[in-house]
Design a protein around this ligand. Structure first.
Ligand code: SAH
Length: 450
């Protein structure tokens, strides 16, 4: 039995939820609101018309206090504590041993939203949003799935096959039929799907090479997010932010393959082989890379082994660092007044020197973006000046672009390296050189405060 102390609207809301969950409810209050009176009249709630005293709590399994008298609420709380019975006092988080989150009820599917008492309004807002996103027929879909759990278990041996099967069901025509209230048809279709499913196809591995963008999780594509949530294992490296990793299916195995510069080639071969091996075990493998997989991401090398072995794969583009950093630093990479082209180059040192086509980089009316350019920053600036670019040419270094730690150091070819050396700079950083960089002053809209 659940004891509810109080007879007003708040109590009525709690009682309504309790009844929906199948509880036996006793209300203690000298007076009742209209809706509570209704529940009592049709026998769904037992009413004790009195002021609360501790004897009312004797056989309660759960207690809720919702009176507007804090002394009474506290008395209820103390009584519950003494008996070791869970208690919730409305609007007083410090007097609660459990919380009542807002729920989105699609029984048997239930989603709960709680802000831990910090902001019920925020909780309600989120709940309203989720209400519109989750079809009302989810409950019936779950019931249907429950009826077929055993037959599916018998039909498919491995857990991963079963999971693949259920994913096609809950995202495919069977679900659509349920949403359209054609439940009988859905049941037939599901039976048919079980009979006809190609278990070999379901056991086949696949690799998704996905660009995670430069850091801000909001920059992920819908496709990236969808694939991130169906995989069995994820291989990620240093550039993938923890917030993005959080969005990968929780049960997926996580393998860190962050590269150390000196072991690059060896490690790369290992990664390539790992992708093939995992896919051959029938796994769906996510290869999650910073930025875009095909821009200084070795994406081509990673899928080459897959192509040789006939393993299916997909490549999902991501926002590359140049695009992300430029947007968040307010530096348009092309602009009719300043630059008609843009060049992406890598500034990684080769044999101790920076090996770039300086003549091509020194052309006017273009923007040059240098990935991995921090170590060689000074050399790059000097070489460009040597090849005829003005020492006053604007240049900027964007640190951890698009993240809350973004910083932009802006100057010109002759002073940028000095400016940067005066600060503690954290990787990753991107170097942007060109007239367009001066627009950062006016257009730098993203000012994270950390
Ligand atoms: N495939 C990635 C690039 C990988 S190379 C992409 O498309 O963005 C790694 C380099 O990318 C880093 O050394 C740095 O120059 C750049 N980079 C990646 N993320 C960055 C970020 N958030 N801010 C600044 N530079 C970044």
């Amino acid at each position: 039995m659940v004891l509810v102390v109080g007879g007003g609207d708040v109590a009525a809301r709690k009682v309504s939820l309790l009844l929906r969950a199948g509880a036996r409810v006793r209300v203690v209050s000298p007076e009742l609101s209209v809706s509570l009176q209704g529940y009592c009249d049709n026998g769904r709630v037992e009413h004790i018309s009195a002021n609360y005293d501790d004897s009312h709590a004797t056989d309660a399994a759960l207690i809720i206090a919702a009176t507007d008298d804090m002394t009474v609420n506290r008395q209820v709380y103390e009584a519950a504590k003494q008996r070791g019975v869970p208690v919730n006092v409305a609007d007083a988080p410090e007097l609660c041993t459990f919380i009542l989150p807002s729920i989105i009820d699609r029984s048997p599917v239930v989603v709960a939203v709680s802000t831990g008492g910090a902001s019920p309004t925020l909780g309600r807002l989120l709940r309203a949003r989720l209400e519109t996103m989750i079809p009302h027929s989810y409950g019936r879909l779950a019931d249907l799935a429950r009826r077929f759990r055993e037959p599916v278990k018998k039909r498919f041996k491995s857990m991963s096959q079963r999971r693949h099967f259920w994913e096609t069901v809950v995202e495919g025509p069977v679900a659509e039929m349920v949403y359209a209230n054609r439940d009988e048809q859905a049941e037939l279709a599901l039976q048919q799907a079980i009979d006809q499913a190609d278990s070999e196809q379901l056991a086949k591995g696949e690799v998704y090479l996905v660009g995670a963008g430069p850091g801000d999780p909001d920059l992920l594509s819908f496709r990236a997010l969808r694939l991130m949530q169906v995989v069995d294992v994820v291989l990620y490296d240093r550039l993938v932010s923890p917030q993005i990793l959080d969005l990968v299916r929780r049960e997926a195995e996580q393998i860190y393959v962050g590269k150390k510069r000196s072991y690059h080639s060896v490690r790369q071969e290992e990664i390539n082989r790992l992708l093939v091996d995992l896919a051959k075990q029938g796994k769906r493998v996510l290869r999650l890379k910073g930025g875009d997989p095909f821009i200084f991401g070795r994406g081509g090398e990673e899928i080459s082994g897959l192509a040789d072995e006939g393993i299916p794969f997909q490549v999902v583009p991501g926002v590359t660092a140049a695009a992300g950093c430029a947007s968040y630093a307010g530096i348009p990479l092309t602009h009719r007044d300043y630059a008609q082209s843009v060049m992406f180059v890598t500034g990684q040192l080769k044999d101790g020197s920076v090996d770039l086509q300086w003549q091509a980089l020194a052309q006017p009316r273009q923007t040059v973006v240098v990935y991995m350019g921090l170590a060689g920053l000074e050399i790059i600036c000097n070489k460009l000046i040597e090849h005829g670019v003005s020492p006053d040419m604007p240049a900027a270094l964007v640190q951890q672009g698009t993240t809350v730690s973004q910083r932009v150091f802006s100057g010109n070819l002759s002073n940028l390296s000095q400016l940067v050396s005066e600060h503690e700079v954290h990787a990753p950083t991107l170097l942007i050189i060109g007239e367009v960089v001066q627009l950062h002053e006016r257009f730098g809209w993203y000012q994270p405060t950390g």
